[in-house]
Write a protein of this length. Structure first.
Length: 235
């Protein structure tokens, strides 16, 4: 097989990033090394960059690229996970809001922010992921993370749901951002849907879907991975 490769994968909802890596690894010849560049929650869909073989050495560089997300934030509710799959811990009335007012609030978040990583995240404290503390009901240590918000667009609003597009630095937790927005508005907020549209210059429109992946032979997948390295050329 080729010693290096890059694949763009459109992760479906319900799959973990590790599920995708495992599926690709099982399809490639035995012993193939496969890694991904940036975890997506099971709820989220969209672009996942997979690296094969020697290309896994580029993981850190690609993982640090800016991201663009689209999705929906549900206002008036807060959950223990920061998204709609979690247990509702608080519900509050939503103030009277319009798209213009929401856009002004989003604009207030532009620039560099410090936010805690979500309790249900893989960020580690003393070598233990935060989600393990949360799952056993133990106090979750606060782990601040710095993020840069390049742009944040309010696309549409139909109470209680705000559709948005977010351009941000690597390391931005959209769940934490949704909770921060909800706190500012005084009603709570949680992620309803989330889709990663791009990582750096790589777009989800270039990615293969799960359905396409299932129809590909080993030779076709290897060829696509080898050709994927050409996407690293500046465009």
């Amino acid at each position: 097989m080729s010693s290096s490769g890059l694949l763009l994968f459109d992760k479906p909802q319900g799959w973990t990033s590790h599920d995708v890596v495992d599926a690709v690894r099982r399809t490639l010849p035995h012993g193939a090394k496969v890694g991904h560049c940036g975890t997506l929650d099971p709820l989220a869909t969209g672009l996942l960059i997979l690296l094969v073989g020697q290309a896994t050495r580029m993981q850190a560089a690609l993982q640090g690229l800016d991201k663009v997300y689209s999705g929906v934030i549900r206002l008036g509710v807060r959950t223990d996970t920061g998204d709609i799959t979690g247990k509702v811990v608080e519900s509050k009335p939503i103030p009277s809001l319009c798209l213009e007012a929401l856009q002004k609030t989003l604009d207030d978040h532009l620039g560099t922010l410090e936010m805690p990583a979500p309790a249900y995240s893989a960020v580690k404290h003393k070598g233990v992921p935060l989600y393990k503390y949360a799952r056993r009901g133990a106090p979750v240590p606060e782990k601040p993370r710095t993020a840069t918000i390049r742009s944040w667009k309010a696309v549409s609003y139909a109470e209680p749901d705000l559709s948005h597009v977010l351009a941000c630095s690597s390391g931005t937790y959209v769940r934490s951002l949704a909770e921060r927005l909800g706190a500012v508005l005084g009603c709570g907020g949680t992620v309803l849907t989330l889709r990663r549209e791009s990582i750096g210059a790589f777009g989800v429109h270039e990615a293969m879907t799960l359905e396409q992946f299932k129809t590909m032979s080993v030779a076709e997948l290897l060829k696509r991975a080898e050709e994927g390295l050409g996407l690293l050329v500046p465009r």
